[in-house]
Write a protein of this length. Structure first.
Length: 387
């Protein structure tokens, strides 16, 4: 009987395009009182705040913005790391509120021999800490720091556990200790929100580091980290650009397609990621007042790059592309058309020369050198180096 239930649950995940239900996406440009937004001021003053609140209340939770103090301490520094090519700093960022504090551990490499300040890629690392080894004894495609440094960008990372342990029993043990009231409310922040909050505190630090161009910080995340990267870019308009890799359900992919992972599945496997309110939409996507194209639209006019992998149908490559397509009307208000064609590009073909970038890489659910190389191309396109 138990096996039967397991099979039934596995089958409940659809991978057949023909079985995608008919759906209607909420109109990103239509206000709750039925008016059509036609220009930038109306978007920014009326509709954007409305959509942002819908995401906060229903999905990602509130984003507390106040704390008493943010200090930092460089705990390790190597000026000639990577054979002299980079300057390593390990920094502990401490955020204090009342009698409580939380530490964020940042690994940061800045390229030597380039004009400062430099733009930076910041990874929200949801996998092993060895992926961001400051000694570089261990190298990983997940964070190919040498490749990013060679391209003239700074490269930084923090681990999600500093924001919130990725565990349904202990997620409260990170920065939520500073905001216990969040745990008492159905629209309270949980782990994904805490990771996005942490990315913003790193950006606060970047504003104090004279080698970093804090107006050009690009937030990057893979999968659950890619969901947090999108939310960070939405919440904190200081992030210049967002890279969301294989972020799938409640990331860059449309929920209403019910292709691969669904809201029920994500809320069941990871009850500590999203608000209590989000559980109301289990098997009830149509009732959601938003869909994920609207999350991308909230990042406009800043560039967004989303990716998928061919063997990662769980994260719905097509649904990700459709999110970008359906975010376009908001970019158009800023006269930043993306010119995406209705059909996704061929496998391994990256859309770079566009405000909304995309590729579907051959292979499995992962963050790889191929992905990073295209992130760098996209950054070069939007922030061409002078001279
Ligand atoms: C899966 C989860 C996805 C994605 C992934 C990951 O188990 O269903 O939403 O977050 O983990 O983070 O690698």
């Amino acid at each position: 009987f138990a096996i039967f239930i397991l099979i039934a649950r596995a089958q409940a995940q659809n991978y057949d395009e023909a079985k995608v239900p008919a759906y209607t996406l909420p109109d990103v440009l239509k206000t709750s009182d039925g008016q059509l937004v036609k220009n930038k001021p109306d978007w920014e003053k009326k509709r954007r705040p409305e959509v942002l609140t819908l995401f906060e209340n229903n999905i990602y939770g509130q984003m507390p913005k106040t704390f008493d103090n943010l200090t930092y301490k460089v705990t390790n520094e190597v000026k000639d790391a990577m054979n002299g090519k980079a300057h390593l700093k390990e920094v502990t960022i401490t955020v204090t509120k009342g009698n409580k504090s939380a530490d964020i551990h940042l690994v940061l490499f800045t390229p030597n021999h380039v004009k400062k300040p430099v733009p930076a890629f910041l990874l929200i690392n949801n996998r092993g800490k060895e992926n961001t080894d400051p000694t570089r004894a261990t190298k990983s495609e997940f964070w190919p720091a040498e490749t990013v440094i060679e391209s003239g960008y700074a490269v930084a990372a923090f681990h999600v556990s500093d924001g919130a342990p990725d565990n349904k029993n202990t997620y409260q043990d990170g920065i939520l200790r500073l905001y216990p009231e969040q745990l008492e409310t159905d629209n309270g922040m949980k782990a994904i929100g805490a990771w996005a909050w942490t990315a913003s505190r790193v950006l606060d630090y970047f504003q104090k580091d004279k080698n970093i161009d804090a107006k050009k910080v690009f937030v990057v995340g893979h999968s659950r980290g890619g969901k947090a990267a999108l939310w960070a870019g939405v919440q904190d308009q200081r992030f210049a650009m967002v890279f969301s890799n294989c972020s799938g359900n409640t990331g860059a992919a449309l929920a209403r397609r019910r292709f691969g992972e669904t809201i029920t599945r994500i809320n069941t496997s990871f009850p500590h990621w999203f608000t209590n309110n989000y559980k109301k939409y289990n098997d009830n996507e149509a009732a959601l007042p938003v869909d994920q194209h609207m999350l991308i639209a909230l990042i406009a006019p800043r560039p967004v790059y989303a990716t998928n992998a061919t063997k990662d149908l769980w994260a719905d490559p097509k649904g990700t592309y459709l999110s970008l397509i359906n975010a376009q009307p908001v970019y158009a208000l800023y006269k930043k058309p993306s010119g995406l064609s209705p059909e996704p590009p061929a496998i391994n073909t990256a859309i770079i020369n566009s405000i909304l970038g995309y590729h579907n890489r051959e292979g499995i659910h992962n963050l790889t050198t191929f992905d990073w190389q295209n992130f760098i191309r996209f950054a070069n396109y939007h922030y061409p180096k002078k001279g």
